[in-house]
Ligand binder design. Structure first.
Ligand code: FAD
Length: 486
């Protein structure tokens, strides 16, 4: 039997382990932390349980596919439901918009609140679906680094429709040309943050992202987001995958330009195939110090990072949903602060995710779990302690004002995650949430391939390589990588 090792038990590492086990490999996963999931993990504070990282679940079919490949009944492991309200938006001028999953209802709500015609919204979402159709098969399902990808039928369809992708406009230009109402432009500009990018720089091609949330849907797993990690780890174990926790891999062992194993806890272990789910920059730096690194690829600007306050809040807010956004007044200034000035704007957009709306047992009776997130620059040595304490004050003032409730006295327990700790917990370069940013039109081509051109039997998977970050793309990268190992 052939053997494979996976360095890192993040979601992409676990998914790759499942796929390789299904191909008949004996698979072992080595994870540095004492828990699995990497960014997709959980934390407990007193009587409260929080999902630590991702909070939005889109494209559940990528998870389902893993159970199909393994020929297991998903219902034994995992279930989820579709949200009726995808997100609730709050603006400084007092407007609130509920983004209903039902497209017509959402479009009517927007017309009522902003005067922008409902048909216009539906047209926009249709356009977004069209762009997705043109790009998905090419960019999300195959390696971009193999010649046959560029000669397949999907590629030719892509070439024919290239003009529809609006690669020469920014997302903001496209949105502000399409909509008259600034609140709506801001709402659709926000989708750039789904992969840690800047709507004023990222190409309009990324207006495909609303398609995922508004046409396909937003979902919530039973048990919270961490259930994705747990159920996939359980599936992997049932397929015979061996997990080693607290097992930080120190080196990838090479012989004659071929990966032949790893060094872990000072011991050499042989494997036929080595897959790194560790951040790609860190993989070259720590595990492959003698291999010339592809510096142009590794030095691409990284995505934004985040500051998260986990608050156990002693009050229930019926006016809030699972996902809530409290927009900044000046979005452009906010992004200039994140990407150019590399600091946090004094009036940041605040995302409040309340997991206990769907998992009441995550909080005591009469209380809620608040995951309060601000987009921040990635870590380039800022004075984070100062920025965090200033931002905490600004966030409390803004939320108290918009919710007409003094927030600070309601906070029963508090935890903080920030760029430095994201980097320390997962080796993610500069604490970036999504690997490279997509702030230029060539970004898709400047992510590292899922394999090494120089070293045989060495593969890469996860948010820092092709096709990029976020749970769906990480699961997609696991499929691309496992297919290449074929
Ligand atoms: P990681 O989760 O980073 O896992 C890598 C693993 O490798 C880690 O467990 C690490 O400990 C381990 N490792 C590293 N080096 C070694 C070594 N030498 N030896 C052994 N193990 C090692 N995505 C969404 O889809 N929706 C969201 O709403 C969303 N929100 C997010 C919010 C936050 C705060 C964060 C942090 C991320 C968010 N994301 C979201 C992004 C998403 O979490 C990531 O893209 C995805 O989880 C990355 O998975 P991964 O497997 O590539 O890497």
């Amino acid at each position: 039997q052939k053997t494979a090792c996976i360095i890192g038990g993040g979601i992409a590492g676990i998914a790759t382990a499942i796929r390789l086990a299904c191909k008949g490999y004996a698979v072992e996963v080595f994870e540095a932390n004492d828990y699995l999931g990497g960014k997709l993990s959980e934390i407990r504070l007193g009587a409260y349980r929080f999902d630590a990282g991702p909070s939005l679940f889109t494209m559940p079919h990528f998870v389902e596919e893993l159970f199909q490949v393994a020929k297991k009944d998903i219902r034994q492991y995992f279930s989820y439901q579709k949200l009726e309200v995808v997100c609730k938006y709050f603006y400084e001028d007092g407007t609130t918009i509920e983004a209903f999953a039902e497209r017509k209802r959402f479009a009517q709500e927007v017309e009522m609140k902003t005067g922008e015609k409902a048909e216009k919204i539906l047209q926009y979402l249709q356009k977004s679906a069209k762009k997705y159709e043109i790009t998905a098969n090419l960019f999300l399902k195959r390696s971009l680094h193999k010649i046959n990808t560029w000669l397949c039928a999907d590629a030719f369809k892509g070439y024919k429709n290239l003009h529809k992708l609006e690669i020469f406009k920014t997302m903001h230009q496209a949105n502000s040309q399409f909509f008259r109402d600034e609140r709506l432009v801001q709402l659709f500009n926000r989708f750039a943050t789904y992969n840690g990018s800047n709507p004023y720089e990222t190409p309009a091609t990324l207006t495909i992202i609303p398609h995922l949330e508004h046409n396909i849907g937003a979902f919530i797993p039973k048990g919270g987001m961490y259930a994705i990690t747990q159920s996939l780890a359980n599936l992997a174990k049932d397929l015979g995958v061996k997990f080693h926790l607290q097992s930080k891999v120190e080196r990838i062992w090479l012989e004659n330009q071929k990966a032949v194993g790893i060094v872990v806890k000072g011991e050499k272990r042989n494997f036929d195939v080595v897959v790194s789910n560790m951040d790609i920059v860190a993989t070259y730096k720590y595990l492959l110090p003698d291999v010339p690194a592809p510096t142009k690829i590794l030095e691409q600007p990284k995505s934004s990072s985040a500051l998260i306050f986990y608050w156990g809040v002693k009050k229930v807010f019926p006016e809030l949903r699972l996902h809530n956004i409290f927009f900044s007044k000046n979005y452009q200034a906010e992004f200039e602060h994140i990407f150019q000035k590399k600091t946090i704007y004094h009036d940041p957009t605040i995302y409040v995710n309340i997991g206990s709306k769907y998992e009441p047992s995550d909080a005591p009776a009469g209380a809620e779990t608040w995951f309060v997130m601000i987009n921040t620059p990635n870590n380039t040595g800022q004075d984070w302690d100062k920025l965090i304490s200033e931002t905490r004050k600004n966030v409390l003032v803004k939320l108290s004002r918009l919710l007409k409730t003094e927030m600070e006295p309601l906070i029963e327990v508090e935890g903080v995650l920030e760029p430095r700790s994201i980097e320390a917990k997962t080796f993610s370069t500069q604490g970036a949430l999504y690997g490279n940013s997509s702030n230029n039109r060539y970004a898709a081509f400047l992510r590292h391939a899922n394999f090494s051109r120089k070293i045989k039997n060495l593969y890469f998977v996860g948010g820092s390589v092709h096709p990029g970050g976020g749970i769906p793309l990480c699961l997609s990268s696991a499929k691309i990588t496992a297919d290449l190992i074929d």
